[in-house]
Design a protein around this ligand. Structure first.
Ligand SMILES: *[C@@H]1O[C@H](CO)[C@@H](O)[C@H](O)[C@H]1NC(C)=O
Ligand SMILES: *[C@@H]1O[C@H](CO)[C@@H](O)[C@H](O)[C@H]1NC(C)=O
Ligand SMILES: *[C@@H]1O[C@H](CO)[C@@H](O)[C@H](O)[C@H]1NC(C)=O
Ligand SMILES: *[C@@H]1O[C@H](CO)[C@@H](O)[C@H](O)[C@H]1NC(C)=O
Length: 759
């Protein structure tokens, strides 16, 4: 083989160039690596005839993922979701479907049973609710003897599960009691947040409580546990709604956090069977240059130790602007326990203005849980609370102060992408430090993996999960495995996939706390307890790759071209943050009529003898420059000398060329003879012209044949071990191949392909 793959050569340029990643935390952050769908290493579950895989329950105790879809519930192996352990159908009856469509709903889409609620009961069984053709209903389900069984209880699901499968809702099971937030009527116009035990406690139906809300998330925080004030556990709810407090003639939607106390039993006369502790505050996620508030889409909370360390991570969007904001539980709690209230003041007839309520508050403080202070005053439960306190909260549940995120601004901002969901994992780095890894689902079907170091956020990867543009509808995390649900399928991904980082430089500059470059194996490995700073390189805050061993022995790829060809040389760096740097015989290449520098390649037009030479492509990321690939270009002389042709195939090519020349001579002889009349052929003048033309054609196709030979000899060089250097940075080593294509214009193009079948 004449053409051998080049070997990556790494060297360092110690220029004081600015480090990549100098963006402020609120600027648009580019993901360092893009992982295409065919190399994300994920496992896909989908069942023929079933859709809408958007409800999940992790049963780590059973090692199963319970998946709610349309008209069915699946039990999948948590380690490999392509393994279906069990399933149960829960269809609507013909009767139910007809009643639903008679009320004007679409029979094939709306009038189905969409599973919306899946929770674990105390006894290990599960509570499940579905929309049941706009007639929500709930049941108990168990897993036994390898089967999922529904008990067929037909419990009323009104107020627990939405009627409309397109409406947002949220729910949480706390100590056997189901807390839900949804709409409780057919039209979807009566929002409610309620707790379903024997006695239902719910929100007041008033626009001051909930005003066209979009429910997003609920979380139980056990604040009652080690609490010197004798406070109660809380259930926090996140949603967006139409604001009442702005003097605006257009509707303005805002994000909110509300909360109720776990021990709330409602009031005695006022607020009977209603929350006495429902309070809400605006939730801010400020982004520079965007004036309208971004709206909360999802929330996830992570608690390191006890509840005081809990942090809420939320994704917010406004059309195609998205952000992540994080909130400390202490900051949320401080607003609920200390902020003043807003109150409606009539301004003109039928118009009220919400403003700060500055008069004295009743005691106990409206909305407070029963704590030591209340108990001292003789109020042992919410039923004992005085009317003045209850009347206040009934009319004015909105707090004046808004909840601000950590650092008073967004952790991450992305333009042109709509975030849909978020979960956060904890990673322990080589030196033992803990880091929060944000995994963000997007409307376009990708998952972003981001981390914040000392106030600066980096997006390590953008992993394509669904195509085309299938929004991520649910994310669940178990250890380092992520489950991503959409309407069309579920994908299981590992979030500590270090093999995608190909070189030491790539591995260290990724700044992924899960990964480090193991010096003994020469691989990017998942950090474990056996790794030490002397055997593994990891540099999270600085991205300092100076300890990376240099790699030598770069061998260029040989390429021959014909005069006038267009040649395309591929070079795609591993990182989206890297710039490519092309050189010809050691001199930088500038864009010209001949050279066009593209993001993934170099085009050489109308190549002449001057285009021959040694080409190198380096990627420059931060202060590091690494040679990525090298090519030796040679012009095909076509003179018939075999000096430069050492390969059998090329000898064949020369033979073809010689045959062409001989046939040309023959054709000329024939032509000459015909012209002189030595050959009495029934031919006219035009026929003679034809012959010459055909000769020209023949020569052209011989040229093409030669080019195809060049192509095939390049295609064959798939020795598999050294191709990483020419592949796209995002494609795994094993599947990389090179291919050379000869375009209709005689263009030679060397590119990596990632599908075996293409070879
Ligand atoms: C490229 O061609 C040169 C001779 O022109 C040869 O010495 C070298 O080994 C070839 N390289 C590869 C990688 O085949
Ligand atoms: C269910 O999935 C189908 C197929 O993707 C989609 O068209 C439909 O909108 C989904 N229904 C709901 C209620 O999300
Ligand atoms: C997952 O977490 C459990 C404990 O929660 C632990 O025992 C197990 O080793 C973890 N598995 C992996 C692969 O990290
Ligand atoms: C290619 O280069 C030759 C000279 O080397 C020039 O005469 C010709 O016009 C060029 N063709 C194109 C398409 O640029």
């Amino acid at each position: 083989m004449m053409f051998l793959p080049a070997v990556l050569c790494v060297f360092y340029v110690w220029s004081p160039a600015t480090l990549i990643g100098g963006q402020g935390p609120t600027s648009n952050i580019i993901p360092r690596k893009t992982v295409p769908i065919n190399s994300n290493g994920g496992r896909l579950f989908r069942e023929e005839g079933f859709w809408n895989y958007t409800t999940m329950l992790l049963r780590e105790d059973l090692n199963m993922l319970i998946l709610g879809a349309r008209e069915a519930i699946f039990a999948l192996d948590l380690d490999d979701i392509t393994v279906k352990k069990a399933m149960v159908n829960w269809p609507v009856t013909k009767q139910q479907q007809m009643e639903c469509s008679n009320k004007g709903k679409d029979a094939t889409n709306d009038c189905k049973n969409y599973i919306r609620i899946l929770h674990k009961n105390k006894d290990g069984s599960m509570y499940v609710c579905g929309t049941k053709a706009f007639n929500p209903s709930c049941d108990t389900m168990s897993y036994a003897n390898g089967q999922l069984n529904l008990e067929n209880k037909q419990e009323d699901g009104k107020g627990k599960c939405p009627f409309d499968p397109f409406q947002r809702y949220t729910s949480e099971m706390v100590d056997g009691a189901l807390y839900t937030a949804t709409s409780m009527n057919f039209r979807g116009s009566e929002p409610v947040m309620m707790r379903s035990t024997d006695e239902i406690i719910r929100t007041e139906f008033a626009s001051t409580w909930l005003n066209e809300p979009n429910f997003v998330h609920m979380a139980h925080i056990p604040e009652g546990e080690p609490n010197p004030e004798g406070d109660d556990d809380k259930i926090y709810m996140f949603f967006s709604e139409t604001a009442v407090e702005y003097d605006s003639y257009t509707k303005v939607d805002v994000s909110r956090v509300a909360r109720v106390c776990k021990g709330d039993l409602g009031g005695q006369r006022t607020l009977q069977k209603k929350w006495t502790s429902f309070l809400k505050a605006r939730l801010d996620c400020p982004v520079l240059n965007i004036n309208l508030p971004l709206l909360v889409q999802d929330m996830f909370h992570l608690c390191q130790d006890d509840w005081t360390t809990c942090v809420f991570y939320g994704v917010f969007t406004l059309q195609l602007d998205s952000a992540v904001c994080a909130y400390k539980i202490e900051d949320i709690k401080a607003v609920f326990s200390k902020s003043k209230f807003k109150a409606p003041f009539p301004v003109e007839t039928s118009f009220v203005k919400w403003a700060l309520y500055s008069s004295e508050l009743p005691d106990p403080r409206p909305g407070a849980c029963i704590d030591n202070h209340a108990r001292e005053k003789g109020f042992a439960k919410s039923l004992d609370l005085p009317d003045k306190t209850l009347q206040f909260i009934k009319e004015k549940p909105l707090l004046d102060q808004a909840v601000s995120p950590i650092g008073k601004r967004a952790l991450l901002v992305k333009r042109g992408t709509a975030f849909t969901r978020i979960v956060v994992a904890t990673a322990t780095a080589l030196k033992g430090s803990k880091h929060h890894i944000m995994l963000i689902g997007t409307k376009s079907g990708s998952v972003l993996k981001a981390v914040n170091y000392e106030g600066k956020t980096v997006i390590m990867e953008e992993i394509q999960v669904f195509e085309p543009s299938e929004p991520v509808k649910i994310l669940r995390l178990s250890n380092t495995t992520l489950y991503v649900g959409s309407e069309v399928g579920v994908v299981q991904l590992s979030i500590s996939e270090c093999g995608r980082y190909h070189t030491c430089l790539d591995c260290v500059l990724a700044r992924d706390p899960y990964c480090g470059w193991a010096l003994n194996t020469g691989r990017c490995s998942t950090i474990d307890s056996t790794h030490t700073t002397s055997t593994v390189i990891q540099s999270l805050s600085d991205g300092d790759a100076s300890r990376c061993p240099p790699i030598g022995g770069s061998k260029p790829v040989n390429i021959s071209f014909f005069h006038g060809n267009a040649v395309k040389l591929w070079c795609q760096p591993y990182s989206n943050l890297a710039k490519v740097h092309w050189q010809l015989n050691g001199h930088p290449i500038r864009a010209s009529n001949t050279f066009q520098i593209l993001s993934d390649s170099l085009m050489i037009f109308n190549a002449s003898a001057e285009a021959s030479g040694h080409y190198t492509c380096s990627s420059v990321e931060g202060k590091y420059e690494a040679q990525h690939v090298a090519y030796d270009l040679k012009m095909w002389s076509g003179s018939g000398t075999t000096a430069s042709l050492r390969d059998v195939q090329e000898k064949e090519n020369t033979l073809v060329a010689m045959v062409v020349i001989l046939s040309l001579i023959l054709a000329m002889l024939v032509f000459w003879n015909m012209y002189k009349g030595h050959l009495p052929l029934p031919c006219c003048h035009s026929r003679v012209k034809d012959t010459t033309n055909r000769c020209g054609d023949e020569r052209f196709s011989a040229n093409q044949a030669q080019q195809h030979k060049v192509a095939s000899s390049t295609v064959n060089m798939n020795s598999n071990n050294n191709y990483a250097n020419i592949q796209r940075f995002s494609i795994s080593r094993e599947t990389d191949r090179l291919t050379t294509t000869v375009g209709s214009s005689g263009q030679i193009s060397l590119r990596p392909i990632d599908d075996e079948s293409e070879i």
